[in-house]
Design a protein around this ligand. Structure first.
Ligand code: NI
Length: 268
């Protein structure tokens, strides 16, 4: 049974999100629900749910079979565990989008990023829209829900305040390696990240960030895996109204994940 949402953002919270491009929201779900989602989450990663169709892959490494993943990710974990859509977090993710965008016409999906214990791989600075269609204009955000208390040392989120008001910066595959799915702001830009804000969180709290906000997470320097479940969506997109633009870094990539996705479609 789907749950009823409990979230009520204040006008002040919505104004702060619009101003800064990110927000910490406490009481999004409960520590108990985090614990029950954690067991589903661990099962999905143990089974590598979605591997064959390209939905499970290494975000930060070259993703060859038999090689330990630096940053395992699953796209759409709710497809493999439909009970995730019956959580309070799922209900509140929809409520949050309706409240932020002022419309009932919202939709969202989910993904999961596991940062193994004592794993030094950071999630480098990026903007989520760098992964998307340059011909579209988006009103969307991500709700980043860790399933345990998450400190700076464990790899909590960092944001650059106000960066959602700028353009999409030049990106490249992480480390300049075209086998890697993940993107990072091109270091050649020399962007100054020194005013970044870290957001450590207790279990049950979330950060939300606009899809243009620059964000980052450090490696996990603790003995506990950092489990993050991310609910992303928004209001419908519209054609990009500005001068024509392109995100050429997307075409550079040639990943094992895309190969698996192509092969699963072709039935090869
Ligand atoms: Ni991101």
């Amino acid at each position: 049974m789907a749950q009823k949402p409990t979230l009520n953002l204040t006008d002040r919270q919505i104004a702060q999100f619009n101003e800064e491009g990110f927000l910490v929201v406490h009481g999004f779900t409960t520590p108990d629900e985090c614990a029950s989602v954690k067991s589903i989450y661990d099962r999905l990663f143990a089974e590598r749910a979605g591997r064959a169709s390209g939905n499970q892959f290494d975000l930060a490494g070259s993703d060859e079979e038999g090689k330990e993943a630096k940053l395992p990710q699953i796209l759409g974990p709710h497809q493999y565990a439909p009970e995730l859509t019956e959580t309070l977090a799922w209900a509140n993710a929809g409520a949050l989008l309706r409240q932020i965008y002022g419309t009932d016409e919202v939709s969202f999906g989910d993904h999961a990023i596991l940062k193994p214990a004592r794993n030094g791989a950071p999630t480098p600075w990026h903007q989520d829209q760098a992964y998307w269609d340059a011909a579209q204009s988006y009103r969307s955000l991500s709700t980043w829900l860790p399933l345990q208390d998450t400190s700076i040392e464990m790899g909590c989120m960092w944001f650059i305040p106000g960066s959602h008001r700028g353009e999409i910066l030049d990106h490249r595959p992480i480390g300049g390696d075209i086998r890697v799915h993940g993107l990072e702001v091109d270091p050649a830009l020399g962007f100054d990240f020194s005013d970044a804000v870290a957001c450590p969180l207790p279990a049950g709290s979330v950060t939300i960030h606009d899809s243009k906000t620059l964000h980052y997470a450090a490696g996990n320097n603790t003995d506990e895996p950092r489990r993050a479940w991310i609910l992303s969506g928004g209001a419908p997109s519209s054609p990009w109204p500005g001068p024509e633009r392109s995100f050429p870094w997307q075409a550079l990539r040639n990943t094992a994940r895309e190969k698996r996705a192509r092969e699963s479609v072709q039935g090869a």
